[in-house]
Design a protein around this ligand. Sequence first.
Ligand code: AMP
Length: 574
Amino acid sequence: MLENLEEYTDKLIEEFEAISKDAERVQRETLKSILEDNASAEYLLNLGLNGKTDPESFKACVPLVTHEDLLPYINRIVDGEKSSILTGKPITHLVLSSGTTKGKSKYIPWSETLLDSVTQILQTAFAFRDRELPIKNGKCLSIVYLSAQSQTKGGLIVGTIASHVVGSKRYFEAMAAIKSEICSPLEVISAPDFQQAMYCHLLCGLIFRDEIQLLDALFIHSFVQVFRTFEQVWEELCNDIREGVLSSRITIPSVRTAMSKILKPDPEKANLIHKICTGLNNWYGVIPELFPNAKYLLAIATGSMEAYLPSVRHYAGELPVVTNDYGASEGMVATNLHPTVPAEFASYTVFPNCGYYEFIPLSEDSSACVDPKPVGLTEVKVGEEYDIVITTSRGLYRYKLGDVVKVTGFYNSTPELKFIRRSGTLLSINIDKNTENDLRLAAVAASKVLAQEKLEVVDYTSHIDLSKEPGHYVIFLEINGKASEEVFGECCNSLEKSFVDPGYTSSRKVNNIDPLELRVIRPGTFQKIFDHFIGMGASATQLKTPRCVPATNTKVIQILNDNVLSKYISTAFN
Ligand code: AMP
């Protein structure tokens, strides 16, 4: 297979062409196979499908659900009940989703069938990318951290999606088949301390710097984190390479042993890296300088990750930043088949054999109905927004994923989706309703004001402050420098002016909501929040910044408030 990479990628593209041309039939078959495999599941038996596997009967018998609706079933699985509850074959493994969007991790049934979709999507996306951004026999600097797996009281194995996928032999084989060998040893990837793993990832990347053709991560936030760390530790990394001796900051014996096999004294390389680092202007373009044969960076860069694009592009210089795929711990959905389109405009093409998909229309016409009817994969309309619903072989039937997507077109007969936002309202005090996307646009508006002073928003979050009637929005911004009082004041007003939802503006005009407050926080505060979540067992690979922190999350609120540098009250409605 390895010698015939081109033949192999051509075959993958041909297979995708075939399924995407026949998406409706493939969807019917996928549903049939999911329902046949799980016909003995208690959940389906109780719904009276009686062996029917067609979409019409399925929709008539099975209700739309959320994770909460399934909790009574999932809890029995977590507790170790061995019967066929949601699936035909009992579930033995669970995925713990990152949970940062809603503030709570969720257990989700897992089985090896998800690896089929992951590897199919990974390899097909590579095949498409390779036509435009070819990679030849290179290594990949993969910023990935596998958190350790654990067991529930009921004896089920729990891990993050990354630990189940990246830790599997099949993933390594799939990567090898497309010639993207990860440069870090497994001991580094699975190190129990993510700071030590990050340092070693950087060191491995530098050791193999001429061979690195690709840098990848799950979310682009990981690139920001790793290159911000590089700014702090580059001299130490150079010393390690010069002497061939690993820094004493790495204390995990298995990591030290694994690194000792690849770290050899190389003063010439150390001097070259030193020269590169001292010659850069504010670290612009550090990535192509360090990795001269890198072709692109690959990681999810849409949705809440768009906020990090300016920082990643700063480090990446002229190198393309390609957004990767769209999926969740619950199941895979789609991938990016147009790698040269900038992430802001990217769409993801749905794989019609990776699950059964339905779409609840969100247009004004549809939301006028109390209960808008979901439509099938091939019935969606270009330009419409939908709440996505997924059915998988792992026991999720008509499950609302909690994401809003917009159909931007079709690839053959399968739709291409732009990720819009998490569903539901993020900020609301009374009749106002602002989504994750509204907050993102407000942060973009604030960034534009700060750009006048050559400053950037490092990260942002929000909070509803109800400590004083009638309550107000608080926006926390971490900024990479200090602006004048006037600029911060302007920034605060631009944040408030961005919330154009009539519920918000009308409440503000009659002071049913108090003026928005901007709290500027100390550099490094979001890293402290990140460390807090890691300490609670979250996965460093999957973690996303919570975009709204509820009052109940007292620890995160405390970290934010302890680090406030200055506060501003909006005068936008004065
Ligand atoms: P988790 O299961 O915790 O890894 O999170 C899955 C969620 O991440 C999805 O439901 C989306 O909200 C978000 N997500 C995944 N892929 C993308 C993407 N390509 N663009 C934007 N958000 C994404």
